[in-house]
Design a protein around this ligand. Sequence first.
Ligand code: F0G
Length: 447
Amino acid sequence: MAVNESIFLSAHEAHGQQSVQRCDDCGHDLDERDASPACPKCGGLLAIIHRAPLDVMGAPLEPKAVQHAFVQHCCAMPMGHPSGVWRFESLVMPTAGDAITSHPEGNTPLMERPRVATWAGCEGLLLKHEGYNPTGSFKDRGMTVGTTQAVRTGATAVACASTGNTSASLASYAAQAGIPGLVFVPAGKVALGKMAQTLAYGAKTLLVKGDFDACLRLVQDASRELGIYLLNSINPWRVEGQKTIVFEILQQLGWDAPDFIVLPAGNLGNTAAFGKALREAKALGLIAKVPRLVSVQAAGAAPFAKGFREDFAQRYTVQAETIATAIRIGDPASWDRAVRAIRETNGMVLSVTDDEIVDAKVQIDAAGVGCEPASAASVAGVKQLVRDGVIRAGDRVVAVLTGHVLKDPGMLVELHQQRADFAQANRPVEIDASVAAVERVIAESRV
Ligand code: F0G
């Protein structure tokens, strides 16, 4: 049974520190600069526990003052930071100082797109597009913090296992920090855009003969035995950075929380981070009510959805297969944390088929927004909840789009140019270089 129930460090526990790393399983505390990938006593996952933001006299700040500080911190140079992660520094890594490695990242749009909302049957749907981050996915929010920790602990190399986005992000941030990066990806199962980025940014790329779950086991062993700093989402600082997706959504909505936040789920790092963010936001009085968190898995990679249907009586693993390669994961590492996030928010876990994912993606793409396949699982999930009567008229729903449309160009070319059974295919037309040929195409397609 987890003993990590405290949300913020008490003055008594703090001993002058702003933050500690605490084991989820045995409650053992580590210094915030300790580079251990897991609890040295019992092997449990580490979480960051901060002191709640204080005023100059050392008293807890009022909620309005905390919200105001986020706004001020956004633009008030030289103390402020233009990053949508570091603006929330007091709840992420208050002692980062000069070690910060930032593009900057975050500050992603919350979009209203009636076409997508109508298709999903949810008028109050907003899309939080994390594909607008510097490497095109939400991973940059965790990576800026994880890399900052790597810098301030003097790491000589950083590593991760990845389905592609984490590796692209690690490669970029490691390059910026000047630390060698090593990534473990499943051979033949990484989308083209992600692989191209990883190579371009210069990380040493290992194509592992196995799936993501095998990559994760391997990188954990390698980092333990070779002393390489691990930057997967079990890294507690990655979680701190990813919390800012939720803080930014809440801030964009004037701290008037939506009814639902819906996100795609694979390794469950993001579900865990969203749960922690909401727990902290509620504890600080930044929001009056907690939105219901909905994690959406691909049907061929849905061990967590299976667990949810049985009230999480046991932990499942599956052999994962889905078109949404980002979430092709069968043994999610942050299971227990994600269970807590779903339970605390009266949340839900869904599974959607690959066809439902593609249908949702086609709508998002055709609205001019675009996203990678895994991201569309969130909108497919919204449609399912509307159909099942869980989301009702008047509900305000935020669906998170986790990655950019250019992440997976191979899938799009296949869909639009090669698949005979795809009714909405937008086939390119080869023509002679003449106006007459253009005219014929216009007449035929009624452009
Ligand atoms: N969406 C995208 C685009 C992702 O890349 C991932 C995870 C997820 C959703 C799921 O997030 O794992 O925290 O539940 N990608 C990881 C990677 C596994 O290696 O890039 P999660």
